[in-house]
Structure formats: C-alpha cells, structure tokens
Design a protein. Sequence first.
Length: 54
Amino acid sequence: MSPNSPAVNINIKTITTNEVSALSYKGISGFKKYPAAATTGTYIFEGVSRLTEK
C-alpha cells in the first residue's frame, strides 16, 4: 500500500465476506479473535483492491 493507493478489503481466502472493508493506507481495524484449534486449520488473509474486486 502507498499513500495514493485505493482502499482495500481484507478477507480470508475461500470465504466470500470481508473481514475488514475499505481499509485505507495506514488505516487500522478493530481487533478480531479467530479460533486456534488443531481442527481449525490455517487462515490465509488477502488484501483485495476495492477497484478490482468483483
């Protein structure tokens, strides 16, 4: 990200809902808790430009 870049949505790969929407450069979001158990697996977070998201 850079000062002139568009805001991004943060999501977990394979899940369609955004964890964070419209996060701007140097922006912050609220703290979120995620289960951490052997059966949970792993989380892969993706930052997706709001301009190119479909």
